[in-house]
Design a protein around this ligand. Structure first.
Ligand code: 5GP
Ligand code: ZN
Length: 113
């Protein structure tokens, strides 16, 4: 499959790995927008939030808990962080493989849109 994030999961493209388990893979963003900028992706190829089904509810719940663990590992739990999933053109989603941005390590701009 011609998906850069699937290639990262299968180690066909190198990445700075932060965490992995049976369902998720997390690595540092190549173009960080904050001192801590980790992308948490599903190992399964799901293009976007629009493609989630009822059976994925547990998976997406676990994704938040993975983010919580990574935040602790990156020492931003107390200082705080932002979790974001961009979706579609207006959501500025560039890579069509679902991913959760974890941003922290400095005060983020107080603007979501
Ligand atoms: P999006 O705009 O789709 O939500 O975010 C995609 C993110 O993936 C961007 O922040 C971009 O910097 C990151 N990215 C794109 N290609 C690569 C890559 O090959 N390696 C890594 N580590 N990050 C990437
Ligand atoms: Zn993919």
């Amino acid at each position: 499959m011609d998906c850069i994030f699937c290639k990262i999961v299968h180690d066909e493209i190198p990445s700075d790995i932060v965490y992995q388990d049976d369902d998720f893979f997390a690595f540092r963003d190549i173009n960080p927008q904050a001192p801590v900028h980790v992308l948490i992706i599903t190992k399964k190829h799901i293009p976007s939030v629009n493609d989630l089904a009822d059976k994925d509810s547990g998976l997406m719940g676990k994704m938040i808990l993975v983010a919580q663990k990574i935040a602790a590992k990156e020492k931003v739990s107390v200082s705080g962080y932002r979790l974001a999933i961009n979706t579609g053109p207006d959501g500025t989603q560039i890579v069509p493989h679902i991913h959760l941005h974890l941003l922290g390590g400095h005060r983020l701009i107080d603007q979501l849109g």
